[in-house]
Design a protein around this ligand. Structure first.
Ligand code: ADP
Length: 273
């Protein structure tokens, strides 16, 4: 027994033990090593994520406490108090989204998202409902949403697909230009694929950031995006697409707009067994 608790050493010993055991029973040592490396990599990502969550949750809370304290001490005029209360409200909402999205992402990390909750539902209705519920937000940002209804049935987790669609539409609105523009949503179905496209005329994403936007907590413009966003939305979208065996692509030009293409193979119940 060790005197000092050394997690890395314990992991190394355990890894060697598992490797020896599996090789003894005829498994290819290269395959086993690769599988162990994948587990280790996932573990490292989880650790990094937990550390980031703690750090990221502090920023809205610090801001909430700071403004609340000023109001409490009578340091603010009526107008300022109203303005600060608005910031407190926004940061409170951001904190709630962060907690909510973190819980969802950790379910993916721990493989809690099961395909048993899959069912057949109408993707078209889901898109229309989300457009309706985000219409006020869109109008406030001068964004016109265009969508041509297309009755399409989809086999998957309806709650998660609803999250995916809401995230994609709200990003298309949130990252619009000052003067607004059009957000076009396209739902296409072919023999073997279902494709969702979200095409906006927003601020666009520079080439060097296009891959990074799918990382957890990554935001392009820290001072602006951190006011409302969490940097977790697209990471969640990517996880949801992958669990439905789909993929997300982005095409974008800075100051011109972005197109997000989410492609799903057409699957039925038996494909998940
Ligand atoms: P957030 O909650 O901050 O919106 P996301 O993970 O959804 O987090 O997005 C990560 C970053 O990608 C955003 O901070 C933003 O900079 C950029 N982004 C996402 N969608 C778009 C878009 N449609 N147009 C321009 N930038 C976008």
């Amino acid at each position: 027994m060790k005197d000092n608790y050394d997690e890395d050493n314990i992991n190394l010993e355990l890894e060697q033990e598992v490797l020896d055991y599996l090789v003894r029973y005829g498994h290819n040592s290269k395959d086993v090593k690769e599988a162990l490396d994948r587990v280790k990599h996932a573990q490292a990502l989880r650790k990094e994520f937990s550390a980031n969550v703690t750090h990221e949750l502090k920023s809205p809370l610090t801001s909430i406490n700071g403004y609340a304290e000023m109001i409490e001490n009578g340091m603010t005029s009526y107008e300022q108090s109203k303005e600060f209360a608005k910031i407190i409200h926004e940061q409170g909402n951001r904190l709630l989204s962060m907690i909510d999205e973190t819980i969802k992402l950790s379910k993916f990390d721990n493989n809690y998202v099961k395909t048993e909750r899959f069912s057949l539902f109408n993707l078209n209705d889901m898109i229309e409902q989300n457009i309706e519920s985000l219409q006020k937000f869109a109008q406030g940002k001068n964004v016109k949403i265009e969508y041509m209804p297309n009755d399409t049935h989809f086999y998957g987790n309806d709650k998660l697909m609803d999250d995916l669609i809401r995230n994609m539409i709200s990003n298309g609105i949130k990252y619009s230009k000052e003067e607004g523009g059009v957000l076009k949503i396209v739902l296409e179905e072919s023999l073997d694929q279902i494709v969702l496209r979200f095409i906006d005329q927003g601020i666009g994403i520079a080439e060097e950031n296009q891959e990074r936007i799918f990382e957890r907590f990554y935001v392009v413009n820290k001072s602006r995006d951190r006011k409302t966003g969490t940097g977790l939305g697209l990471s969640l979208v990517k996880n949801i697409a992958i669990m439905h065996k789909g993929k997300v692509q982005v095409k974008s030009k800075l100051n011109e707009g972005s197109e997000f293409i989410i492609t799903f193979p057409k699957l039925m119940e038996n494909d998940y067994r």
